[in-house]
Design a protein around this ligand. Structure first.
Ligand code: ATP
Ligand code: MG
Length: 449
């Protein structure tokens, strides 16, 4: 497909796309848009950063323009659900840009913002509403809106929306929409179990699958670095110091740990923000805005930032702690290498995280190359075919980055940390496997995460 002409989009939308510098549809857009314009339900699976937002946004806007009518008061013509506030905001910004110059009005409702202001706006009726499920339910309970006239439903990050955290809210919301509607589900991952659930929301759907689901983008240069939990902060600092001025997203597992890590890195002289569930909405928005603009180069986040966020300048993703949901690895590293760019993803694997690492490799059907540290002795082979010396089993095949497993290269520019204990205790968070080598140094504030 050479350009957006011929997909059935409104000419206003195509000219907006050109103005945004988008000239050629991505595969999910080329295949998905005509089916959606034709009114079909759709399950769209395509890798991170390949334009799924426009794949559902453009046909919805086109069809709403063609219907040529205004929403009735307190009604919504199209509803898009997303798992996080930041993602909902981003989708709203994207769709507003695609619909520019048309009568289509896009509005977003999320928690952490005034429900009164949102209710007031909804009173006039909205063409496209983007919402997080919790806030939408609150608004529905207050009768601030009705979904009785909503003919389009999108679940972005569908597998997460169908997961335990959202499924109850989703069932209630979907039950309020008319049966006669068009439903579209999109994600970069779709575990088998979820797909069965997904089916119950779709009618005679078209399935558009661009690559086998769950595959990371090829342009992400992935690596795993074996390191004890207590040495991770120092190692991260060394990696960060090697790429000054480049945006890096760091994922931790807990809110508390992520906050501590961001403070530690700040003390060491890095320009750091953080985003997690313990921050106010204002703080979350400011942190993200500073990171987007490059004012802050490092963002430490929990999985709240794992899905959907599009910050093209992100060059590095560090899995400071491995996610316990393997699909989230794919989403986390997908915050880099957006829209054909390249990026780098480093996973820090402590002895207690080997089960997570194996789970991830099974999901992506690939062994992640070892780029530092030593694999614990007796590390079992993953079923995903780790053959031919990917893993550095006890000082063999894999590359070692020398001293304490630090990355190769010059002296780090950061101011700390200081070595605290000569003989660091090997972290043994429940794993049987033990590191082949004792750490040579350990930062004072290793409790960072
Ligand atoms: N046809 C296109 N040509 C070039 N760039 C595009 C095109 N469509 C979308 N993009 C850009 O690609 C980037 C990623 O798009 P988007 O956020 O929709 O990806 P996604 O598939 O939803 O990813 P994720 O799975 O992470 O949510 C955005 O910056 C978007 O502007
Ligand atoms: Mg997306």
């Amino acid at each position: 497909m050479e350009n957006f002409d011929g997909l059935g989009l409104s000419s206003l939308v195509t000219s907006n796309l050109a103005g945004l510098g988008l000239h050629k549809p991505t595969p999910i857009q080329a295949e998905g848009i005509p089916a959606l314009i034709a009114g079909r339900d759709l399950l769209g699976l395509a890798q991170t950063g390949t334009g799924k937002t426009a794949a559902f946004g453009l046909p919805i806007i086109t069809r709403l323009i063609e219907q040529n009518r205004r929403p009735n008061p307190k009604t919504v013509r199209a509803l898009i659900l997303a798992p996080t506030r930041e993602l909902a905001t981003q989708i709203a910004d994207n769709l507003t840009a695609y619909a520019q110059g048309s009568p289509i009005r896009v509005f977003r409702v999320v928690g952490g913002a005034s429900i009164f202001v949102q209710s007031e706006r909804l009173a006039r009726g909205v063409d496209v509403l983007i919402a997080t499920p919790g806030r939408l339910l609150d608004l529905l309970e207050r009768r601030a809106l009705s979904l009785a006239e909503t003919r389009f439903l999108v679940l972005d990050e569908a597998d997460q929306m169908l997961d335990i955290g959202f499924i109850h809210a989703l069932r209630r919301i979907a039950g309020l929409l008319p049966e006669q509607r068009q439903t579209m589900l999109f994600s970069a991952t779709m575990p088998k179990l979820m797909e069965e659930l997904a089916d119950s929301y779709l009618r005679n759907p078209v399935r558009v699958q661009v690559a086998p689901p769950g595959q990371p983008v090829e342009k992400i240069d992935q690596g795993v670095h074996f390191v004890n939990q207590g040495e991770k902060a120092a190692l991260l600092a060394e990696y960060l110091a090697k790429h000054p001025g480049e945006l890096a997203l760091v994922f931790g597992r807990t809110k508390h740990g992520s906050e501590k890590l961001s403070k530690l890195l700040t003390n060491w002289g890095f320009s750091v923000g953080s985003i997690h569930g313990n921050k106010s909405q204002g703080q979350r928005e400011r942190a993200l805005a500073s990171f987007r603009s490059g004012e802050v180069q490092v963002l430490v986040a929990t999985d709240v930032a794992a899905r959907g966020l599009d910050i093209p300048e992100v060059r590095h993703v560090y899995n400071y702690e491995l996610p316990n949901v393997p699909e989230n690895y794919v989403h986390r590293i997908g915050r880099t290498a957006r829209a054909g760019r390249s990026g780098r993803a480093v996973a820090f694997c402590a002895p207690g995280e080997l089960a997570e690492l194996r789970g991830i490799e099974k999901t992506i059907k690939k062994a992640i190359p070892v780029i530092g540290g030593d694999a614990p002795v007796g590390m079992p082979e993953p079923s995903a075919g780790r053959s031919g010396g990917g893993r550095n089993g006890g000082g063999g095949g894999g590359k070692s980055y020398g001293r304490g497993g630090a990355p190769k290269g010059g002296k780090p520019a950061f101011k700390g940390p200081k070595p605290a204990a000569k003989h660091a205790k090997v972290a043994s968070e429940g794993g049987n496997a033990r590191p082949a080598r004792r750490p040579s140094r350990r930062p004072k504030s290793e409790q960072a995460a």
